[in-house]
Design a protein. Structure first.
Length: 290
């Protein structure tokens, strides 16, 4: 099994961030790309893996970013990206073993020259996704702020809004935490990111606060602020841009007050997750204003 540890770029400890949620439409790929951009802006060498063969949204995001660089003579930082579809072997057991082997090989290759690896998983329970979860130092689960999406994590009593029991995805994460512990790896830091939260306080928001707080204590995750629903996130995808890129020389997208607020949300998420420090050489360059 791949272990996070020393051996990454510049002799620093490798850190693996997995973006996981078995429900589609939760914003996994948008979250992944903004985390990648935040890490790149800090001077870290970042590898990325797209395990979602069907959607491949992160892969297209990176390709759009590369095309924007080429067409506009820009130098937007890019991750060292890989797309890794699930095995096509007929036997379920053989396919699962093949998935594990190929994913660990891909991680090992990226670890040779990167400080961080960000893995975007599909919205389904498949072997390669489960194994990716077991490799996570940090697991980020974007969760739309509704009881429809909370059902992924827990069954909630309709009258009291109290958590009855953890649901399938939470149980899967718990199993992968045990796999990780048995391998001697560091504990998985699980961060549930509240996405598309309404800008105004409501009874639903307050009820979600209570339910998530109760569940966090029971199954062991932290709660982080996510992104408000904004058109800008969908627009930036076409150019491979993130909100952190908008003041890069040569980027033509103009900033407005909504964009500034959205960029602040991204920064708050990066702080809440707690990103690893950049290599000393990169940090010195950033501190000197280069």
């Amino acid at each position: 099994m791949v272990e996070s540890g020393v051996g990454a770029a510049a002799g620093h400890t490798l850190h693996i961030i997995v973006i996981g949620n078995e429900k589609g439409g939760s914003g996994k790929s948008t979250t992944a790309m903004h985390l990648i951009a935040g890490l790149l802006h800090r001077g870290l060498a970042v590898g990325s893996i797209d395990l979602d063969a069907g959607q491949a949204t992160l892969t297209r995001y990176v390709e759009n970013r590369r095309r924007t660089n080429s067409e506009n003579s820009l130098e937007l930082a890019l991750p060292d990206h890989r797309r890794l579809p699930p095995s096509d072997l007929d036997s379920a057991a053989a396919a699962a073993a093949d998935d594990k082997s190929r994913l660990e090989h891909c991680v090992s290759e990226l670890a040779a020259s990167n400080n961080i690896i960000v893995i975007d998983t599909p919205g389904s329970d498949i072997a390669i996704s489960r194994h990716a979860h077991s490799l996570a130092d940090t697991l980020v689960t974007p969760l739309n702020d509704s009881y429809v999406d909370l059902d992924l994590l827990a069954a909630v009593d309709p009258d009291s809004r109290r958590v009855v029991h953890p649901s399938r995805y939470a149980e899967m994460v718990w199993e992968q935490k045990k796999v990780r512990a048995m391998s001697g790896g560091r504990a998985i830091d699980w961060v549930v990111m509240r996405n598309r939260v309404g800008s105004l306080a409501s009874r639903n928001n307050a009820a979600m606060d209570r339910s998530l707080g109760e569940l966090a204590g029971r199954i062991g995750f932290r709660i982080a602020p996510g992104f408000t629903e904004r058109v800008i996130f969908r627009e930036l995808f076409l150019q491979g841009l993130t909100l952190l890129d908008l003041r890069t020389p040569g980027v033509t997208q103009r900033m407005n007050s909504s964009h500034i607020a959205a960029r602040q949300e991204v920064r708050q998420l990066l702080v809440a997750i707690g990103l690893p420090n950049p290599p000393e050489t990169a940090q010195n360059s950033m501190d000197s204003g280069h």
